[in-house]
Design a protein around this ligand. Structure first.
Ligand code: PMP
Length: 309
């Protein structure tokens, strides 16, 4: 899938045209995956002509944590990153839903994988984005034969570029076998997450999601869904989840910035529940889409609204 970016990017300390945001083939991050990235969404409100950016400060907090886990130096604070992002959004002024890709990377061209004494460069670009995976059709999911990377190999808590080869392998296996998406088990055999989204199940009215000690990315959407469920008095458990619990769950869904909230119809050819969107999933999904668009009064603090030219 070819992606058309919005016209302006932030690159090497300034705003440039996207076609000028180019690096050398020798770039260390390109050769070794020595980089971290983020992913945020902005939702366009046509009536009032604003973009609602979802949880920008939380995204940049995690972005800086990822750099910190690698132990690299970085010149920007969370508030500077926020300012750069909102300024660039105004400059691009898209009249569509949009996805932001902040990227911190080893921009030097020295040979060898090495994080010692390393400073990361920063870039940011934006693309129009609708659905990454269908949210309405009910996804068919494969438990991947690839295990999730572990805390003591490459921490899945950080969004490290090189680590996403693990996700790409699982996604390849799922797509080539006719599934919509993969779900990983970790090296202890516990359910982790999708290739780029956290997973939830519902059993007997309880919302359950793998714990943050089970080799997952600490998703901002995950955290939002947990908060939302608690606010709706839905009991929530964060704990280890066994593979067969996916098969006998009443409901299941993925949650992530790209995926948004997308319900799962079957896992390994076993129908989840009655094969329809579940009640709790539906409640959370519908509320989630209102919230991210800045249309729910109660969750305004999660949304930064930017007027578009
Ligand atoms: N897990 C993985 C592996 C991901 O790449 C993502 C997407 N960032 C998520 C979970 C969901 O995280 P978030 O809700 O913060 O986008």
């Amino acid at each position: 899938m070819k992606t058309e970016a919005l016209p302006f990017a932030f690159f090497q300390g300034k705003v440039v045209k996207i076609e000028d945001a180019k690096v050398s083939i020798m770039t260390n991050a390109l050769q070794y995956g020595t980089a971290v990235f983020g992913g945020m969404r902005g939702y366009y409100n046509k009536k009032e002509n604003y973009i609602s950016v979802f949880r920008i400060d939380d995204h940049y907090k995690r972005f800086l944590s990822s750099i910190h886990i690698l132990g690299c130096k970085f010149a920007y604070s969370a508030s500077e990153l926020r300012d750069i992002t909102l300024e660039l959004l105004k400059k691009n002024s898209p009249k569509t839903d949009v996805y932001f890709r902040p990227f911190a990377y080893l921009g030097h061209t020295n040979i060898g994988p090495n994080l010692a004494d390393a400073t990361m460069d920063f870039s940011l670009y934006m693309i129009p984005m609708g659905e990454y995976l269908p949210v309405d059709k009910g996804l068919s999911v494969l438990v991947s034969s690839w295990r999730r990377i572990t805390e003591n190999s490459i921490s899945p808590r950080a969004k490290i570029s090189g680590a996403y080869v693990n996700s790409a392998l699982a996604r390849k296996e799922a797509l080539e076998n006719g599934y919509d998406e993969a779900v990983f088990l970790n090296d202890r055999g516990h359910v982790c997450e999708g290739s780029a989204a956290n997973i939830f199940i519902v059993r007997d009215g309880v919302l359950i999601t793998p714990s943050i000690a089970d080799d997952i990315l600490e998703g901002i959407t995950r955290r939002s869904i947990i908060q939302l469920a608690k606010d709706l008095n839905i009991p929530v458990e964060e704990r280890s989840v066994a593979r067969s619990e996916l098969y006998i769950a009443d409901e299941a869904f993925f949650a992530g910035t790209g995926v948004q909230v997308a319900w799962i119809r079957e896992v390994d050819k076993r129908l989840v529940g009655n094969g329809k969107r579940g009640k709790i999933t539906g409640l959370l999904q519908d509320k989630f889409f209102k919230i991210v668009r800045g249309e729910d009064e109660k969750y305004q603090e999660w949304c930064t609204k930017v007027k578009i030219k």
